[in-house]
Design a protein around this ligand. Structure first.
Ligand code: UDP
Length: 348
């Protein structure tokens, strides 16, 4: 099978390229390197069955076929990255997705959109099932990512319905593992990097918000199953083991044997209060479920980072983004502030 992977030199994309090459597929990897890194695919470059093209899929995507499948992963994905690249994130969710869909249609290829748990926003339903429509602030700071992916889902569904494209959608929940940049800004890399370098762990808010963490190898198995199927989805892919941020900080300290302190920082605007996937659909349709316990995955990720002292010491962890309050913008009223505890109660 010949597969096009957009965003193929990113954290997840590069692991997907590895898995495809390992099972004997030909891979065309496209990335503009805005957050992806060449070193993620350095070991694949020059190998038969792998080709890399540096290109921005939002500007156009006219690679020569044939392609049997297109995995569309290209997008900034960590909150600091998509806030820094706000317009680029909206462009790749819309124009980039359109270009990838068009190419898949031209080739008669299977298309899989990498969407996100962010489409559920700050969910009022817990755990999140695919038929929940979400609770997203369309003009908040995270909207550049959330709404780009929601639009990408709408576009993908329309190409399936009106053009007969064999398209499917996966919703990826928090994923971690080797090749995440220590400066990525997400919780797993921040906490491990801080623990390994003796810096305080930066806990945003009171640490009661929850996430669930999927090890990247497990996720890639799910993506392959979706690529090989004709399922439309959307299908949640994530690990249903749920941690509060405070508990996750304790786990990282314990696993790394670090004596770093845990320091509170302001909670970023619109930070989802709870997030945990219901993966019954993935279990039923794809026979998929994650296998790596958090303890093992964190240990492997810490080992990978520990072996890269330059990356660790040079890590630039900017902390929670200083979002401008909505009220500061003329003509837009700030929403009523809802204390986090109250929001938690309302969905318990
Ligand atoms: N978080 C934290 N400290 C950090 C980075 C993140 O407490 O140094 C929190 C963040 O506020 C959120 C959770 O960890 O509640 C997951 O954040 P991340 O940026 O990894 O991904 P998100 O799920 O918000 O997209």
């Amino acid at each position: 099978m010949r597969v096009l992977v957009t965003g193929g030199s990113g954290f997840i994309g590069s692991h997907l390229c590895d898995a495809l090459v390992a099972r004997g597929d030909d891979v065309a990897c496209v990335d503009n390197l805005c957050t992806g890194r060449l070193e993620n695919i350095g070991h694949l470059i020059g190998r038969p069955g792998f080709a890399f093209t540096e290109a921005d899929v939002s500007a156009g995507l006219d690679l020569p076929g044939p392609f049997d499948a297109v995995a569309h992963l290209a997008s900034p994905a960590s909150p600091p990255a998509y806030l820094r690249l706000a317009l680029e994130t909206l462009a790749v969710g819309s124009k980039g997705t359109e270009n990838a869909l068009r190419l898949a249609h031209r080739e008669g290829a299977r298309f899989v959109l990498a969407s996100t748990s962010e489409v559920y926003g700050d969910p009022a339903v817990h755990p999140q099932q695919e038929d929940y429509w979400g609770n997203v602030n369309p003009i908040g700071p995270r909207s550049v990512y959330d709404e780009a992916k929601r639009f990408a889902e709408a576009l993908t569904s329309a190409w399936r319905r009106s053009r007969g494209l064999n398209a499917g959608i996966i919703r990826i929940f928090n994923t971690y593992g080797p090749r995440m940049s220590a400066s990525d800004g997400r919780i797993v890399t921040n906490f491990i990097t801080q623990a390994l370098t003796g810096r305080p762990l930066t806990m945003y808010g009171d640490g009661s918000q929850t996430r669930s963490f999927c090890y990247v190898d497990d996720l890639v198995e799910g993506i392959l199953l979706m690529l090989d199927s004709n399922e439309p989805g959307p299908v949640n892919l994530g690990n249903p083991e749920e941690f509060t941020v405070a508990d996750f900080a304790r786990l990282v300290l314990e696993i790394t044997g670090s004596r770093s302190a845990v320091e509170r920082r302001p909670l970023p605007a619109d930070d989802p209060t709870r997030r945990c996937p219901d993966i019954s659909r993935a279990r039923r349709l794809l026979g998929w479920q994650p296998r790596t316990p958090a303890r093992q995955g964190v240990l492997r990720t810490a080992g990978w980072l520990r072996a890269r002292p330059g990356e660790l010491d040079g890590a630039d962890i900017a902390g929670p983004a200083p979002y401008p309050p909505l009220a500061a913008e003329p003509g837009i009223a700030a929403p009523e502030a809802v204390p986090q505890a109250a929001r938690l109660r309302s969905i318990a």
